[in-house]
Design a protein around this ligand. Structure first.
Ligand code: UGA
Ligand code: MN
Length: 338
């Protein structure tokens, strides 16, 4: 067997601020600026599951695209997801954050896992911010599609994995051999708590999903995977800013026929991905005077870290006064901290 010198078939040569357009000649609208914050194609994991990394070298790479956005749950969600992805060999994590600037806390977090990754800043265009519903995660996924195009990646498998879903490790072995487009059930979707292709004699013949709305492909973003060899034959690939129709229009843009779909998860009888949802709340503000947030207690370092993660911040003037108690009685800040 021939030795492959690099884990991944390309070099990270993308520029930090690339305002290039893709498919400008065909008038396709995947044209947002692509801001790469940090990236590393290097896989620093020694063991994955029960084998050394080298045991997996021949497997196709899964490009796992995660849109994410700042809110107090962002860092815990990404950590939980990362600790799943750490068990998945030959995975390239494309994390696209819905904000203007690059978050250096995220750079550090992502590079620390040792999973090959690219972190990009992909803010939702301001004209969509106020629309209800807003096209959530679309700018992010479009940025990842541009990244794949600019890197000229024409093999491996693409999967859109939101930051708040729950993934069974068997999902990754199922989708890795996708030839064109594979599909499988997603648990906890809408009214029926499931969205699933209907399979007869090993073929997808229809869909069960509580929101049809004219969609030819009434599936969730987490319910399909795409071969990049297949996708690269469709230069008009697109994911438009049309809330509710992103999956349908994306799959239409790659010329899919129903008889070509590969059902996974034991002919769509097993749930390998769950559309779990976490409450999202704005970062908390707690009134706690900065004069007490020095080295005299743990609270200074703790609140600095919470602020970096977008979880909570201490303020001299805003928010409810932090209650600090002892023996069941609240005490003044100065009594405990000065
Ligand atoms: C459902 C689908 O499962 C998503 O695939 C689809 O993108 C979404 O609806 C939609 O079209 O609105 P849902 O759980 O309702 O997902 O939405 P979120 O999990 O809140 O958002 C989907 C993804 O976009 C997440 O990864 C989230 O981090 C990201 N997102 C959300 C942003 O990047 N920006 C936002 O303002 C909100
Ligand atoms: Mn979600």
């Amino acid at each position: 067997m021939q030795m492959i010198p690099h884990d991944y078939p390309f070099k990270a040569t993308i520029s930090k601020r690339n305002h290039g357009r893709i498919h400008s000649t065909t008038g396709i609208a995947l044209n947002e600026p692509l801001h790469i914050c940090s990236e590393s194609p290097e896989d620093r994991r020694v063991y994955i599951q029960d084998k050394p990394r080298s045991a997996y070298a021949q497997l196709p790479v899964i490009y796992f695209v995660t849109p994410t956005y700042p809110r107090r749950e962002q860092i815990p969600e990404l950590k939980r997801l990362a600790y799943t992805l750490l068990h998945v060999p030959r995975l390239y994590w494309l994390v696209a954050n819905d904000q203007e600037r690059c978050d250096t806390f995220l750079d550090t977090l992502l590079s620390g896992f040792g999973i090959p990754y690219a972190h990009m800043a992909s803010p939702m265009p301001s004209e969509f911010r106020k629309s209800k519903p807003a096209p959530r995660g679309v700018a992010n996924r479009r940025a990842a599609l541009q990244w794949l195009h600019q890197q000229n990646i024409t093999n491996g498998v693409l999967y859109f994995g939101d930051d708040d879903n729950t993934y069974d490790l068997r999902l990754f072995s199922e989708i890795r051999q996708t030839q064109r487009v594979s599909m499988f059930p997603v648990g906890l979707i809408a009214e029926y708590a499931v969205s699933v292709p209907v399979v007869r004699d090993g073929k997808v013949v229809a869909f069960l999903d509580s929101w049809v709305a004219g969609r030819r492909w009434p599936v969730d973003m987490a319910g399909f995977a795409v071969s990049l060899a297949y996708m690269s034959q469709y230069p008009n690939v697109n994911m438009p800013y049309k809330p509710g129709y992103e999956e349908d229009l994306f799959l239409r843009s790659i010329g899919l026929r129903i008889d070509q779909i590969e059902p996974k998860g034991a002919n769509c009888t097993e749930i390998l991905v769950w559309h779990t949802q976490t409450k999202n709340k704005k970062s908390a503000v707690v009134r706690l005077n900065s004069e007490f947030l020095d080295g005299r207690s743990n609270l200074g370092a703790l609140f600095r870290s919470l602020k970096l993660m977008g979880v909570a911040s201490a303020s001299d003037t805003e928010g409810p006064v932090a209650m600090i108690s002892k023996n069941g009685k609240t005490k003044s800040h100065s009594y405990i901290l000065s």
